[in-house]
Structures are given as structure tokens and as C-alpha cells.
Design a protein around this ligand. Sequence first.
Ligand code: C2E
Ligand code: MG
Ligand code: MG
Length: 904
Amino acid sequence: MRRFAFGLACAAGLLSTAVAVAIIASSPGTDLSAWTDDAGSAVPALLVAPGFCLWAGLKQSRWRRLAWFLLGGSAFLWGVGEVVYTYYDLIGDGRPFPGYADLFFLGSVPLAAAGLLILPGAPRSLADAARQLFDGLLIGGSVLFISLTFALTDLWQSNLGHPLLNTVLGIAYPVSDVVLTSLALLALSRMRGGRLVPVLLTAGLCMLAVADTHFNYAQNMLGSNDADILDLGWYAGYFAIGLAALWAALHPERTAEEAATRGLGISVWQTLTPYLPLAGAASAAMFAAANSDVSRVLVFDGIAVLAFLVVRQLFTLVENIRLNRSLESKVAARTAELAVGKERLEHSERRFRSLVQHSSDVISVIDPGGRITFQAESVTGVLGYAADQLVGKPFLNIVQADDRALLASSMTKTTSEANGYAAIECRLLDHQGRVRYAEVRISNLIEDPAVGGIVLNLRDITERKRLERDLVHQAFHDSITSLPNRALFRDRLEHGLMRRGDRSVGILLLDLDGFKAVNDSLGHVAGDKLLRLVGERLGGAMRPGDTVARLGGDEFAVLVEGLRDEAQVADVAQRLIDVLKPAFTIENRDVVVRASIGIATVVSGTDDADHLLRSADLAMYRAKEHNTGGYEIYQPDLQDAAVRRFDLQSSLQSALDLGQMEVFYQPVIELGSGEAVGAEALVRWRHPEKGMISPVDFIPLAEQSGMIVPLGRWVLRTACAEAQGWRTKLGRDLGVSVNLSARQFRDVNLIADVSSALQDTGLPPNLLTLEVTESVLIDDLDDMIVILEMLRGLGVNLSLDDFGTGYSSFSYLRKIPVDELKIDRSFVSEMGDGQATAVARSIVTLGETLGLEIVAEGIEKADQYELLVGMGCHRGQGFHFSPPKPAPEVLALFERSFAVTADK
Ligand code: C2E
Ligand code: MG
Ligand code: MG
């Protein structure tokens, strides 16, 4: 668009000039040609040039704006002069010289000169300024030389003799032509970047100078005032200036850019510009010499031009040196920069190479055919191969056979898409053929020119895999015995049930009797060792397909599959019992443990794993009750018993509040005299439907539910009150023994309960004996000793009940603060048997040695009584004397007894 507008203006300029030329050429000496010449020249000077210069000035900034305004102003002044001149010439009475027109003509010169000086902008340096000055002088000198040769000298001489003003004005025109032409050429040499503006401007000014010089010459030398084609130099000149301004107005950004990049590029022809007028001057000199027309002024001017040339060359040299230096330093800086860049690049490459080689990941690049084209050396650390050994070989060579298809398909998938990516886990073979687990990330970088292949990033995850396996193993195995745990056992049981077909599945639950004693007396390390040894023996007794598990504590389980009948599983149970029979050697001691085994099979009723486990549990419970270390196979009645127990447990909760509990008393007899010395309080439950229930049946339930604590407290208070009653009614101090269960020992209020029972009833503490079984002590011996000491501190007696049935009672008897031992009923009842008698005797002897009271329980027969008396046992109780009886009956018995002894 801008080009089009400019082209249009150019065309208008050329066309109008051509028309003017045609008019003047076709009708010389006519008014038309005179008007075309005079008034025609005023049009571009008044309108075209000032108009476009004004526009260009408005579009540009600072000094460029001022330059265009000055050039426009100059054109306008000249145009006004031309109008005045036209008036004189064609309308008025002829042209006066000097006249007003000269004022405008000559007035336009300083404006144009100033504009031309400012337009190219400030010089870059002092040397540049000086060089430009001398360029100006050189150009000026040369142009002056030409002018002197062809016009000025003649004009000067023809003006001599006129009045001074006329002479000066006459010379002023050619001189100003010389000055403006020189400045225009200078501007041409100075302006950087776009050429069109300076060329048009210079061309325009040169045309003005030519027209002016020609006019002056014609008028002064030839006396002609006719319109001449060369006069159209003004017309074309101002049109050209206007076009230069138009271009600058249309491309303000280009000229601004020129300003910014000024000094960066000097074109050849710009360099040559000052020499063009020099060449002209040289030609003029030859012309003058040929005509022997060499004046002194011309010679001086010639010398001056030569001097300017030399100086100008010097400055050019200086500037070239400066430019060279700056160029050199720039080149040096750039070279240094490049060197640093190169160094950095090399460093970065070294670093990346090192990172790739020493990374814990292994990077391999393979071609689409699967052959390794690059192999990072880190492969040696991970798989043991040397990198060179692998390059050129198919990558699949080092992949475990089973995983090759997976890797190959992942690679195919990755290569099928640009920048494809996949991540898989697969097994690799190291240099010794061992399997390593690896995570392989596959990236398709075939299109990347820096790589040009498929990149495999391998990470060794063998350790992680092992850890995962260990974790899974830990989650499903017991840490002590490494046997499957409850979760895995259940899982295997469920699987076994699912795939059993027409065969049966059986489970055996084993509970070790005596494990707790080992754990407590020998410590946990020994306990753990025992569990391990038991696990090994059980495992050794089973077939490889069977599962032996540890369910927790001292409970083991065995899963037997493919059973034909129950007899088979009973055989297994017996085998397990037998395998555990030989003593285990733990910390140089022989330790004997027994297992109570509960068995449940699918034959016994169910297909459900939970149900089967519960059934086996019930059977084991029954086996434990027998306390013989045998096995019990689940029977439906076990279930009934369990239900009954559950019913009992729920009604037990309210039994005490409903007054269904009673305390019976069994007299304790001084064996020598046969006299009652006290009684043991034994609780009874008078159930409204089931009748009298034995403590053997409900005490364990009360212990489980915690009910034993309030029940025991009640028995204690009742017994103390009863014994105090005997004191007051019989006037005798009769002792009372109260049984305490293990659960009561763990009750923080035990000491307070005992002491308040004594206080509230008024019974002297020495008349109260608290009976504990050895099993109470097994739990935590040291704590128990502390509690026993505290009870003793109250002044009460402590008795060890059912003595002889425990495991290692003899060993720690010395430590326990007791006053009395009660020989267990089992020894007394088997008294005829040599071994039982021996045990009873040794207990009596032990009591004597330690200064303890010995009480024999369960004396049913006279011979037992006699034997015990013979052994030196002081006290006893049993049906032989009296069964446990309600309080009033016992009181009556005492009364009778004392009456009898009193009678004696
Ligand atoms: P224990 O303390 O060893 O009580 C002696 C048991 O032997 C009593 O059974 C008694 O009736 C029974 N007995 C006594 N003489 C003979 C005899 O000549 N032949 C036979 N076969 N048995 C005889 P009982 O009353 O059934 O009590 C059983 C167990 O219940 C007691 O054994 C005791 O451990 C516990 N027990 C009883 N009452 C209480 C109580 O109030 N609190 C606690 N914690 N336990 C109690
Ligand atoms: Mg007792
Ligand atoms: Mg007893």
C-alpha cells in the first residue's frame, strides 16, 4: 500500500515533469512556456515539498523532525520567492535585481543547509566528526572547483563593475549552489541504512543547483531570460525533495531503525561519495588545463582540495584503526565467549557421560532390531558384564527366557508410536546366569538425532523384590517358629475345604500344657526356643503336604487333607502326642511338655472353616479338662456343653444379687486329737432350676467374666463373719480358710477388701487363712510375692492349696511367704499306691523342714487318716470327718464336737 502510494507520487512527478518539458520544448518563447517555467516551478516548492516535509517531520522524532521542518521551510521560502519572481516577470514591469524575490530565494539557502547538516544525525566520535568536516570541505572544495571552472569565475568577472550588492548577490547564488550541492553530497555520504531518502534528496538538490547555475549563467553571461528545459530542474528538484520526504513519512519505523543501527554499516558508495565531486573536480581541472584557463583561485582551491583530501584520509585512517581495534576486541571477546561455551559444552558432556556411566541405573540403547548400540558401563556393577561385551549383541540375550516375550512385545509397542514409552518388570540374567529382577523403562528416541534408538533404563529391584517377599512371608508366618500363622492356616484350610472332593479334611488344635511354667521360670528366650523345637518336631511328624501352623501363644494347629476317615486323623493326633513325649533340652535342662489336642473333621459335620476351627477348639477344651495330655475328637454334645456353659455364665451375673450363693464349711481336724480347729469356706450356687451347682463348674466361668471378684469378696466377708460368730457362740478361736482365685490377685482392691472384711467383722487376722493354688503363682512370681507379703502384713495366714500338682513347686517354695501346704486330694485318695504315699510323705517332711503347717485334703477313709497320722501330718479334712455343710450345720457339728471333747 505504501509502495503503491509512493509509486503514484513518483509517477505524478515524472509525468508532470515530462508534460512541462514537452510544453517548453514545443513552444519556446511563448507565454505558456514562460508560465510553465516560472509558475510551474512554484507548485512543488510551495505545495509538494513543504507538505511532505511537514508530514515526514511529524512522523519522525527529535533532530530528524527538525531537519524535515527546515527542509520544508526552505522549499516553501523558495516557492514564495518564485511566486514573487513570476509576478515581476510575467505580470509586473520586469524583474528588479536585487528584488524581493532574491530575499526569499537566498533566505531558503540557510534553512536547507541547516536541514542537510542535521538530517544524518550526530557523528559517532570526534574522529568521525572531524572526518565528516573534512568530507564536507573536500566535497565543497571540489564542487567549488567545478563551479569555478565552469561558472563562478565567469560570473564573478561579469559582475565586477556592478554595484557591490549586485555583485555579492550575483555571486551568492552560485556559491549557495556550491554549498547546498556539497551539503547534499555530504548528507548522502553520512546517512546510514536506507538509500532512497538521501539519494532523492541529493538528486533534488543537485537538480536545483544545476537549474540555478544554468539560469545564472544564461542570464548573466548570455543575457537570456527565456524559459529553458533546464529551468525545470527546480520543478523536478523540489518534486524529488517532496518524494524523499514522502518516503520518510511512509516509513518512519525504517528510518528509526536506521537511527538505532547507525554506524553499523557503511556502504561502498557512501564511502565513494566524497570522491565523486573530487573526480568531477579532476575532470574540471583537465578541462581548465586544456583551455589554459587556470586561474590562481582555481589553483588555490585545487591545493586546498588536495590538503582536505589528505587530512580526510588521515582521519579515515584513524577511524579505521579505531574501528579495527574495536572489531579486534569484539572478535577476541566473541572468541573467548565461544571458547568458554565450548569448554562448558565439553564439561557438561563429560558430566553427563560420567552420570550415565556411574548411575545405579543401567542405560542401554538398542536399534529397532533389538541389538545394543550403546551400553553404559554401570552394567558391570549391576549385572557383571563389561559394556563392550554387550554392544552389538541382542538385548534379549540377557533377559530370562520366560520374560523375553513380555519385553519384546513392550518394545514393539513402544516403537510403534512416536516418543512411545513403557515400563515393565522383568528378570535379567547376570554374567553368572543368576536371576536379577529389574524395572525396565523403555523410551522410543529413534527420531531423536542425538540418540537414534530405543533407550532402555534398567533398575535393579532384586533387593526390593526380596524385601517384598520377606514382608509377605512375615505377614503369613510366625516369627518365632517360621511356621504359617493363623491367617495362612485359615487360608489353607479354606482352600483345602474347597478342593477336598470326596475326601475329608481334618484339623488338630494343640495346646501345650506346661509351656507357661517354662516361660516364667526359664525366661522368654527359653520359651521361644521350646516353641521352635516343638514346631520342628510337629513338622517332622507330618507329611510335606500337610500344614503345621502356630496360631499364637502355645497353640499350634495341623491341617490334614485327603482323609478317608476319622480314624486316620486320630492316628495323626497320637503321632503328635508321641513325638512330643521325649524331653526337650533347653539351657541344659530337660523340659517335658504335653499337648492337649482337639480334633475336628469335615466328617464331624461342617464344611465351613470357622465352624471347623470352633469345633476343634471345643474338643481341645474338653481334652484340657481331662488334664491328661490326650486328644479329643469333636462331638456334637461338646457343642451342647458349650451352650450350657454360656447359659450358666449369663445367669451367674445376677446369682449373687438374687441370693442364690451360699457358703458351705468343711471342718478341718487336728488329726492327733480329732478335734476341729477350723473350717474351709466353700462356695455353692443354689440354682433355682438346676439345683446345687459345684464351684468346679462355675468358678472358672466366674473367673472368665470377672464375676469372681465381687463373689470372692462376698465369700470372704461371709466366712469372716461366720468365724467371728463361732468365737462368740462357742467361745473358741476357730480358724477359717477362704480360697482366692488368680483373678482376685490381679484386683487392686484385694488388700483393702481383706483388711476391711477383718475390721468389719472383728475377726482377728490370725484366724483367717487365704488359700491360693500354685497356678496363681505361675503368672508372675515376683509380683505375686509382693502381694503375698502385703497380705501377710495384715496378719493373715497363707496356704498353698492343691500342693504337689504344680510343675516346679519345690524349687521356688523357699521364696514364697506361706504358712501352710495342703496336700492335694489326688495323693491322699491314691494313698495305697507307693508313689502317692511317697509324695505325701515328702510333702510332710518338707513342711517340717520349712516350718510349715501341713493339711491333708480329701481324707475319705480311716486307713488314709491313719497313714497320714503315721507320717506326722497334723491336720486334715475330708468326707471321713465331714463333707462341706451349710453354716448352721457346721456350727451344730462344732458344738457337738466340743461338747464331746469337753465331756471326755
Ligand atoms: P479346694 O479348695 O481344694 O476344696 C476342696 C474340695 O474338695 C471341695 O470341693 C470339697 O468339697 C472337696 N472335698 C473335700 N473332702 C473331700 C473328700 O473326702 N473327697 C472328695 N472327693 N472331695 C472332697 P468343692 O467344694 O467342690 O470345691 C472345689 C474347688 O472349688 C475348691 O477346691 C476350690 O478350689 C474352689 N472353690 C470353692 N469355693 C471357692 C471360693 O469361694 N472361691 C474360690 N476362689 N474357689 C473356690
Ligand atoms: Mg481349698
Ligand atoms: Mg484343694
